[in-house]
Design a protein around this ligand. Structure first.
Ligand code: NAP
Length: 267
């Protein structure tokens, strides 16, 4: 690995009493990966020196990405974007695939209005950009007024920090666990959430679809997302960068929140 990031799932996995728990110790965490191929089978399509990215979760045998060398199945690799360095490229895989797959599931039609909660965050920020790229009119809900401008810059049609002042949408992509404001979804609307929170009954009754979505491997789509970065249609945001040796400070920074971009780890 040359670089990885800290995702909320990493913080949850090392925190007791969360749904995401370590299967065995010792264990290495990390889902995002950007690196350089050192060795690969001849028929894998990859060669030493290739710059690659992957979404690759911690494995049952305790191996993971937050180490200098990682063994990754060739099938989950995609080319790293050529226009950014590898620490920046590491911010792409998990957040972009999560956002992309949730938007696919919402299947927005022409003229429908989408609300993205947590729009300044890792997944939300990708969703805002991918929605804009697909011609979807998306509003962003953020946690603090000072993040509204950043979300507009990513391509949101509007940005809001007060959920009570926003009217109903055709669809919601929830990344922040903002599920206690049923008025945000119109009757017969659609909700996809990637938060761990239970969807309240009031919202379920209102919606025609109200589901949790879980990110899946898709190296072909990751390749396309990487190309979107190179064509300047998807911006990658690094908030802070730490060497692995300062992993504790990196976790503290990621947990504190309020970031406009990801916390990146480098070897
Ligand atoms: N199911 C899956 O497959 C999957 C995949 C990836 C991620 N996830 C989950 O999705 C969630 C988001 O991930 P992420 O990487 O985007 O995290 P993130 O970068 O921390 O972004 C979350 C964003 O939500 C904002 N926020 C918090 N409370 C809010 C509120 N009440 N209203 C509006 N915005 C609010 C945060 O703002 P502040 O920082 O200012 O508080 C932050 O900008 C996490 O729970 C993660 O575990 C699930």
């Amino acid at each position: 690995m040359i670089a990885s990031t800290i995702n909320p799932v990493d913080v949850k996995t090392r925190t007791p009493d969360t749904p995401q728990q370590v299967g065995r110790f010792p264990t290495v965490l990390g889902w995002d990966l950007a690196g350089i191929v050192i060795t690969a089978p001849e028929d894998s399509g990859w060669s030493p020196g290739d710059r690659v990215i992957a979404m690759h979760p911690p494995q049952p045998d305790g191996s993971g990405n937050w180490q200098q060398y990682a063994a990754i199945p060739a099938a989950v690799l995609a080319p790293a974007p050529e226009s950014v360095d590898l620490p920046t490229a590491a911010t792409l895989p998990l957040a972009a695939l999560t956002a992309d797959q949730a938007l696919q599931r919402l299947d927005l039609k022409d003229g429908e209005r989408l609300l993205i909660t947590g729009a300044a965050g890792g997944v939300g920020g990708m969703a805002v950009q991918l929605a804009a790229h697909a011609g979807i009119t998306a509003a962003g809900l953020v946690s603090r007024p000072k993040h509204e401008a950043a979300v507009l810059e990513l391509g949101a049609a509007s940005a809001h920090s007060n959920p009570t002042s926003v009217s109903a949408f055709d669809a919601i992509f929830d990344t922040a666990g903002v599920l206690d404001h049923p008025h945000l979804l119109r009757e017969g609307g659609r909700l996809v959430t990637v938060s761990d929170d239970t969807i309240p009954e009031t919202l379920e009754q209102r919606a025609v679809i109200a589901v949790h979505n879980y990110v899946q491997h898709d190296s072909q789509r990751l390749r396309e997302l990487s190309a979107l970065v190179d064509s300047s249609k998807l911006a990658l945001r690094v908030a802070e960068q730490y060497p692995l040796a300062r992993i504790e400070q990196a976790h503290r920074r990621a947990e504190a929140g309020g970031l406009l971009g990801k916390v990146v780890l480098t070897t």
